[in-house]
Each structure stands twice: as structure tokens, then as C-alpha cells.
Design a protein around this ligand. Structure first.
Ligand code: FES
Length: 108
């Protein structure tokens, strides 16, 4: 068996064009909301829609430089790692995501 094989199941969540550039779209996974972000250069990232500070909705923040700024108190969260940047400390859960033929797939 391939050592890289994991139990990730890829689910198509729609075309990239459904996500606003430098914005996000939310998908539900049970009780959890996952924000799918699109950067200005069309990269995609999936993070729990919950700021590590006080659970602010990151999906409503502005995407810039591979990060999103939380709309509540302006913490800057890395889209790649989910970590708070600068002097702030905390981490948001990230999920595998890929783009194939213009369709976004989320791995859960
Ligand atoms: S809840 Fe995100 S910065 Fe405070």
C-alpha cells in the first residue's frame, strides 16, 4: 500500500469561479464551517471558519499575501498553516484542498 495513502476523501465543492478573488466561500462539515479562500493569483486554501483569537469568521476577512485578516480584531492568519502571524499566537485548523480542471476539491 502506498505510504502516502491516507483516509482523505476528496469532495468536489464547485468551480473556482464561485469563490470571489481575495475572498472565501463557506462549506459545512457537520457542525463545523470550513472557509475556502481564493487568493488574487487563484490559489485555494481551506481553513476552519474560526479565528484563533475569539472565533471571528475568517471567511469575512480580506485575503492578502497568502494570509487573511480577521474582520473582528485584525489578526493576520496564514492561509497555508493556519497560524497567527506577528506577535499573536494561535492556530486555526487547515484542510487539504486541490484544484483540478477549474474545480475545487476539499479533502476531509
Ligand atoms: S476574533 Fe479574530 S482577531 Fe479577534
Amino acid at each position: 500500500m502506498n505510504a502516502n495513502a491516507t483516509s482523505v476523501t476528496w469532495t468536489a465543492i464547485g468551480p473556482l469561479t464561485d469563490i470571489p478573488r481575495q475572498g472565501a466561500r463557506c462549506v459545512k462539515n457537520g457542525a463545523m464551517t470550513i472557509a475556502i479562500f481564493r487568493t488574487s493569483d487563484d490559489r485555494v486554501f481551506a481553513l476552519e471558519d474560526k479565528c484563533p483569537h475569539k472565533n471571528g469568521p475568517l471567511s469575512q476577512g480580506i485575503v492578502h499575501d497568502g494570509c487573511v485578516t480577521c474582520p473582528l480584531h485584525n489578526w493576520v492568519i496564514s492561509l497555508e498553516t493556519g497560524s497567527a502571524q506577528g506577535a499573536d499566537e494561535g492556530q486555526t485548523a487547515t484542510f487539504p484542498i486541490k484544484l483540478e480542471g477549474g474545480t475545487v476539491f476539499l479533502g476531509l
